[in-house]
Design a binder for this molecule. Structure first.
Ligand SMILES: [Zn+2]
Length: 187
């Protein structure tokens, strides 16, 4: 590489915009890898900060931006660790541990699913469990004599013979509403 090309490359690499945009792309990459951390916001702040610091050091001190970037790497990792720690400790996400409750004597268990990775969670994989032995309840349709249409559903425990009629259990929509309500109100 000749001198002219080299100086052009250095000029490009030390341009605060290159550094800023580079960090944002790096941030977006990390954001894709670690969905639960909003890296892009952090890098947006770093971008603005670095462009100011970069300008200051280049014109006042003569320290190149690439050196500043290397120096800032441990800080970026430190911030990443701090933020991961914060989100893990964040009481707002404590409801993710709320995955079991009793409604009308029946034990319900479920999981929380992040809808399209938006940070908004929905109840999914909701199951009814036997109040006696905690086994998953199965259901079978009951037909009235002389009718071909299903008249009701019977929930039974395959383990201990526990039985309960569908009409004695709140419907799934109500259960999901109750779970969301309790999760929002910290149970
Ligand atoms: Zn049972």
């Amino acid at each position: 590489m000749n001198k002219k090309k080299k100086s052009k490359l250095i000029k490009f690499l030390t341009n605060p915009w290159t550094v800023g945009i580079g960090l944002v792309i790096f941030g977006a990459f990390l954001n894709g890898k670690f969905k639960w951390i909003n890296f892009s916001k952090i890098f947006e702040i770093i971008k603005v900060g670095l462009s100011y610091i970069g300008k200051f050091f280049i014109y006042k001190v003569g320290l190149p931006v690439w050196l500043l970037m290397i120096i800032s790497i441990p800080f970026i990792f430190f911030f990443g660790i701090m933020i991961t720690y914060y989100f893990k400790k964040n009481p707002e996400n404590k409801f993710l541990n709320y995955t079991e409750d009793k409604f009308d004597n029946i034990i319900f268990r479920w999981e929380w699913k992040d809808i399209y990775k938006t940070g908004k969670y929905d109840v999914y994989d909701l199951h009814k469990h036997c109040p006696k032995c905690k086994c998953i309840l199965n259901s079978k349709s009951l037909y009235s004599p002389g009718r071909s249409t299903r008249t009701s559903e019977l929930w039974y425990c395959p383990n201990c013979e526990y039985k309960i009629g569908d009409n004695e259990i709140p419907n799934e929509k109500d259960i999901i509403a109750l779970i969301s309500h309790r999760a929002e109100n910290k149970c």
